[in-house]
Structure formats: structure tokens, C-alpha cells
Design a protein around this ligand. Structure first.
Ligand code: F6P
Length: 324
């Protein structure tokens, strides 16, 4: 491998924010300064790259942000970067700033963007999995997933209090895009009566059977992933069809799952991956994502990362058992 000495890293957060991104920025800044390398923040992801919106990274300020959710660099989903014109402008801004390597914290959209960018930009680029959805191959867990699940669990517990007081059926929609990880983890962790995820269609039939015999003697909690093929509203109307007696409410947890102080696990993951990304850049790696697999650091090429991490057979088996 031909290792070109790196002097100046540009780092950015992109796509949906996730708790732990600030810890990753701190990990990267610390590793860079330890190696005597400059590191500059690029604000608002690819949007800021196109606009040349750079920000000096203050290691002390980042140290003080490790416990904060969101991202101090701000983030965005960029339409302009999808076009060659946007990418060419971004490249020009990076060259003007004399940045010679990139670290991106984001999800599959971010890494797809970097792959497309690599056609015209030959700067080495390393990714860090930053998304609450946990939908990336190449890391057992993504930054923010653990916090999002804990937030979902805390809220579902609260809903259970009111559901049990009224003997109501509650459908609780959680995030996750096309992936059911947040639904499975928060549903099993709260003793939900039903969990519906995009990866498994027949759980809906099990749920309808349960509801058919339900006589409002207790609460019934169902966690529905936002990517479920039916969707929470249709599930609600089907439930009402098979059992018109149910007193049903729908709660969408929404963006509350994206915010909040990162959990201990996400802080640690962020620090580890931030430092690992810098080490990878310095080792001459490129177009790969730093992750943790079985508690060991790993690097996975972007083109493999963008294939989705699916809920595995073990979790699907658990789901069937608990949905019965
Ligand atoms: O990818 C993270 C995520 O929070 C998904 O779970 C959700 O579908 C999406 O982002 C929401 O995106 P936005 O904040 O742009 O509405």
C-alpha cells in the first residue's frame, strides 16, 4: 500500500444526528493531536463541504461535549452533493483548505456519498457508523443505537403505566427506517405483547390472533417499527376490525429517540471509533468504515457497508417466541 503522509484531516457529521457523535469527534481530535496532525471540522456535512463551511476544532470544547446528544458540527442531508456539480465544488473547497483526508460520521447515505465522491476525489476517506438505526454491516452496533433504545424503553415504560390504568391497547411506533433493531430491542426490553418489524411479515397474523381473544382485562402494548410494511395506522384499523371493543391509542415516539445524552456505551463507542478512524487514515486505509465487531475494532469497505445489516435468525427466533 502506498502511504502518503497525512497532515490535515477534515471531519464531518452527516445524515440524521445520533447520540455519541460528539464523543467520536473528541476521540478523533485527541488522536489527531497526539499524532501532531491538524484536524478541521466541516459543518453541516456535505452541504458545508460545498459551502466551504469549516470550523476549528477545540479539543477542550469537544471534551466538554462528550456527554451531549446531537452534533456540535451540525448535520444535514444534502441534495446538492448528489450532483457532480456539488461534488466538484466540494472538492475545490477541500483543496483550498489543504485538507488531505476525510473522516465522515454518518449512515449508509453518507458512505454512498463518499463512494460517489471517490470517482473525482482521491483523498482517503474513513467512515464512522453514526445512526440510531443500527442498519449497517461492519459494526455490531452503530453510534446512537443504544441511547435510542434506552430512550424508547423509558418512554414505553411510561406508556405502560397509563395503558394499564385504562386497560388500553397501545400501538407505539419507533424509528429505525427499514430496520427493526430499535423495535426488537425496545419491545423485548419492555415486555411488549407484540413487536412488528419490516424483516418479518407473519408477526402481524400472530398479533391479530392475540387481539381477537383480548377482552380489555389488561393493557396490550405493541411496538411497531416505522418501516413495518403495513404501518401503524393500518395495523390499528385491522385490530379494530377483528375486535371492535378495543380501546386503542397510537403513540409515535419520533425524534425524541434521536436526542438526549448518549449512554455510556455510545460514549465509549464514539471515543473508540473516533480514534480508530484517525489511525486508519494514517495507516493508508481509505473508503472503509471503522466499526466494532465482537468488541474488536474492524474496517469494512464502504461497498460492503452499504448492504444493509439485517436482524439475524437468532433475533427473529426470539421475536417469534415472544410474539406468540
Ligand atoms: O436514520 C435515522 C432516522 O432517525 C430514521 O430512524 C428515521 O426514519 C429518519 O432518520 C428520520 O429522518 P428526518 O429527521 O430527516 O425526518
Amino acid at each position: 500500500m502506498n502511504i502518503i503522509p497525512i497532515k490535515h484531516i477534515g471531519i464531518f457529521t452527516s445524515g440524521g444526528d445520533s447520540p455519541g457523535m460528539n464523543a467520536a469527534l473528541y476521540g478523533a481530535a485527541k488522536a489527531a493531536s497526539t499524532h501532531g496532525i491538524a484536524i478541521t471540522g466541516i459543518r453541516r456535512g456535505f452541504e458545508g463541504m460545498i459551502d466551504g463551511d469549516f470550523m476549528e476544532l477545540d479539543e477542550n470544547a469537544l471534551q466538554g461535549a462528550v456527554h451531549q446528544g446531537g452534533t456540535v458540527l451540525k448535520t444535514a442531508r444534502s441534495e446538492r452533493f448528489r450532483k457532480l456539480m456539488g461534488q466538484k465544488t466540494a472538492l475545490q473547497k477541500l483543496q483550498e483548505k489543504r485538507i488531505d483526508a476525510l473522516i465522515a460520521i454518518g449512515g449508509d447515505g453518507t458512505f454512498n456519498g463518499l463512494l460517489a465522491f471517490s470517482e473525482i476525489c482521491k483523498l482517503p476517506a474513513i467512515g464512522i457508523p453514526g445512526t440510531i438505526d443500527n442498519d449497517l454491516t461492519g459494526s455490531d452496533y452503530t453510534l446512537g443505537f443504544d441511547t435510542a433504545v434506552n430512550t424508547a424503553i423509558q418512554n414505553i415504560d411510561k406508556i405502560r403505566d397509563t395503558a394499564e390504568s385504562h386497560n388500553r391497547v397501545f400501538l407505539i411506533e419507533v424509528m429505525g427506517r427499514d430496520s427493526g433493531f430499535i423495535a426488537i430491542h425496545s419491545g423485548l426490553g419492555t415486555g411488549a405483547d407484540g413487536i412488528l418489524i419490516p424483516e418479518s411479515g407473519d408477526d402481524f397474523i400472530r398479533l391479530l390472533n392475540k387481539v381477537r381473544h383480548y377482552h380489555s382485562e389488561d393493557a396490550l402494548i405493541v411496538v411497531v417499527s416505522e418501516g413495518d410494511e403495513l404501518g401503524v395506522d393500518l395495523v390499528a384499523s385491522k385490530i379494530r376490525e377483528v375486535n371492535p371493543e378495543v380501546d386503542l391509542r397510537i403513540t409515535t415516539l419520533g425524534h425524541v429517540q434521536r436526542g438526549g445524552n448518549p449512554s455510556a456505551a455510545d460514549r465509549m463507542l464514539g471515543i473508540r471509533l473516533g480514534a480508530a478512524a484517525v489511525e486508519a487514515v494514517l495507516a493508508g486505509e481509505s473508503n472503509a468504515m471503522a466499526g466494532v465487531i465482537q468488541n474488536r475494532l474492524s474496517l469494512t469497505p464502504f461497498d460492503q457497508v452499504v448492504k444493509q445489516h439485517r436482524v439475524d435468525e437468532e433475533l427473529q427466533g426470539l421475536l417469534k417466541m415472544f410474539n406468540n
